[in-house]
Design a protein around this ligand. Structure first.
Ligand code: AMP
Length: 112
């Protein structure tokens, strides 16, 4: 079981921003911006490819939690970066789906 699944199951502690019926939103342990939140879905998926097995409603609800989080952080107007690292070339290190929300500074492009 991955570290994120253990957090969802409350087997290990997490620095939680909020939790709702769709996600557990936690502070990244190694923040890459003043705000760095991980949105961990309650619907199981090892990575983004797995959301093919989700309903469109589940997928849509998961995406909408980004907006909820941005508003909660107060960065919906100033902006933020949404990242999903997918697979080896995408730089995914934890094999359970999560979105990164990075905010609080101007982001660079292109990403590394
Ligand atoms: P990724 O490389 O996209 O799979 O992202 C994994 C993220 O999980 C990284 O940004 C890590 O810093 C973060 N991370 C790893 N362990 C923990 C933890 N115990 N609590 C919070 N974030 C973590």
């Amino acid at each position: 079981m991955t570290i994120f699944e253990k957090m969802l199951n409350k087997e290990i502690p997490a620095n939680i921003l909020f939790e709702d019926e769709n996600v557990l939103a936690i502070h990244d342990i190694d923040p890459q911006a003043p705000e760095h939140i991980l949105l961990i879905p309650k619907e199981t998926a090892a990575g983004l490819n797995d959301i093919e097995n989700w309903s469109d409603e589940q997928a849509g609800r998961y995406l909408k939690t980004v907006v909820k989080t941005a508003k909660l952080l107060g960065v919906d107007k100033s902006g933020y970066r949404l990242v999903i690292n997918s697979g080896r070339h995408g730089g995914q290190t934890v094999p359970y789906l999560h979105m990164h929300i990075l905010a609080g500074r101007r982001m660079n492009w292109p990403p590394g």
